[in-house]
Ligand binder design. Structure first.
Ligand code: F6P
Length: 192
């Protein structure tokens, strides 16, 4: 059976600083994750073919850099655009835009950042990615927290209200195996 592997990029500089969005490089720990991945992936893929999909952001490309498989870059896999809040910490957002911060808490799926996107927007822009994913064999996606929440909710058929709260931890590979109804799932967390 074919498998779909998901992973967030390795820890980034912005993750360390608690800042959202941006295009920061991996931290030293993030690089360590990237270096450890080839062994883990080979164990689970064996000789089968695999294609890697990344976003256009350097943290996903760096995470894939040591893996010996063909790869494709998708603009549609870039992280949810936080508009004017891009590059800020949640604390800074709360101080600068208290009403927006409260509104997001109220309805996280529909809240659209000023000059940016909502989870609903991201679900729409991921449609072509999902269509292609349905046609492919083994794919490994290096994505971002919001993006992987949307893809994960699609494959497990989870409700929109829960989608923005799905836990997609760093340094964890999630393997989904689609079945007639739903998907089997395994998770591999690297102790980094
Ligand atoms: O903090 C990492 C990150 O990927 C941000 O770039 C993004 O804005 C955020 O997570 C999405 O998570 P949430 O919707 O819970 O703020």
């Amino acid at each position: 059976p074919r498998n779909i592997f998901f992973s967030r990029h390795g820890e980034s500089q912005f993750n360390v600083e608690g800042k959202i969005g941006g295009d920061s490089p991996l931290s030293e720990r993030g690089m360590e994750y990237a270096r450890t991945l080839p062994e883990l992936i080979r164990k689970h893929v064996g000789d089968a073919s695999l294609t890697i999909w990344t976003s256009t952001l350097q943290r996903t490309i760096q995470t894939a850099q040591f893996l010996p498989y063909p790869n494709l870059t998708w603009k549609s896999l870039d992280e949810l655009d936080a508009g004017v809040c891009d590059g800020m910490t949640y604390k800074e957002i709360e101080l600068a835009y208290p009403e927006d911060f409260a509104n997001r808490d109220e309805d996280k799926f529909n809240y659209r950042y000023r000059g940016g996107e909502s989870y609903r927007d991201v679900v729409v822009r991921l449609e072509p990615v999902i269509m292609e994913l349905e046609r492919q064999e083994n794919i490994l996606i290096f994505g971002h927290q919001a993006i992987l929440r949307c893809l994960y909710a699609y494959f497990h058929d989870l409700p929109q209200v829960d989608l923005p709260y799905i836990k997609i931890p760093l340094h964890t590979v999630i393997k989904l195996t689609p079945k007639a109804y739903g998907c089997d799932e395994e998770r591999y967390t690297l102790p980094i």
